[in-house]
Design a protein around this ligand. Sequence first.
Ligand code: NAD
Ligand code: TYD
Length: 344
Amino acid sequence: MKNLLVTGGAGFIGSNFVRYMLDRYGDVRITNLDALTYAGNLENLAGLEADERYRFVKGDVAEPDDVAAVLADGGFDAVVHFAAESHVDRSLHHGAGTFIRTNIQGTQVLLDGCRTCGVARYLQVSTDEVYGSLGAEGRFTEGSPIAPNNPYAASKAGADFMVRAAWKSHGLNAVITRCSNNFGPYQFPEKLIPLMIANALEDKPLPVYGDGKHVRDWIYVIDHCSAVDTVLRKAEPGSVYNIGGDHDVPNIEIVRLILKILGKPESLIRFVDDRPGHDRRYAMDSSKIQDDLGWSPAHTFEQAMRETVDWYLAHRDWWERIRSGAYRDYYDGMYAARLKQAGA
Ligand code: NAD
Ligand code: TYD
């Protein structure tokens, strides 16, 4: 596994993965194929330009010519597929078209490309959201029914099925990881944790959906990266592995913790209209990856959250640049009416 094609390496988790792998393995080579959508940012990879083990290629995973071109001259040992449209709210409010194109069609184009070029390993980075929502009890296992409730989750589930089909029908050596909610450096400030940190730092209202009691299972992004690396190297073809941080808490607790770390008042919190079809609770059972492959998270939630908040404090120019651009129109469209209704 020395020569990797990583897709979506300019996004949040992909850029952390590229850095993680280059730091960890002296002999790894990484080609990063990324279309640089609104969520792709080469600043996330700053400093790597001079590393001759790393190469960036701008291209679209749903475009067969782009994928064929990069695979043809690559001689890759494996493809690790992160590229996706990743934000649930966009899939609800801006239409599902790009989600179907990138997440399902893009996955199929890569699978076909791997078969044509004889790539020996394919890893699909998926999500706990394909399982839908839990009731008050229990955790998702790899055997839980696939029951997605929003267009993003449905497109990721569709992609997982295409991966399964490529393995079953064509014998492609493919594996799937399904991870819970990530947090850490370089996360686009439309997602809960960076959005709340940035708003709090600017003394802006913190929009909490519904009653704030929706539960997510949070994992530090570096622990997700180490799990993907483990599965890439050790998992049996056709296998699926859940990855979780074993830290499932209601959103409102996360928001209060951020305010506490930053020394900001809880009066900034605004309960706004809920997300349609909002999944009530996610929690992962990660015992299979722990038992089979010996992986476990290396970071505690509290320490990782403090480090994450510190990172956003130290990289204010990074998120301020994002928030001053086209993202501002997205934010106003998504929140202005809801915040007004909530009295902010
Ligand atoms: P992100 O939105 O931060 O980054 C996505 C990246 O993919 C960007 O660099 C973007 O430019 C690129 N991209 C989008 N469409 C593309 C296309 N058509 N061709 C090539 N590149 C394209 O996403 P993220 O949060 O880093 O998530 C990465 C992967 O991990 C996704 O597959 C996501 O479903 C999965 N995942 C995310 C989480 C999470 O909490 N963020 C949890 C579990 C799984
Ligand atoms: P998000 O970061 O969008 O991840 P996902 O939808 O993939 O879980 O949201 C995490 C949780 O936070 C989810 O329950 C929705 C909630 N949320 C808010 O309450 N307010 C917000 O402004 C956002 C973006 C999310």
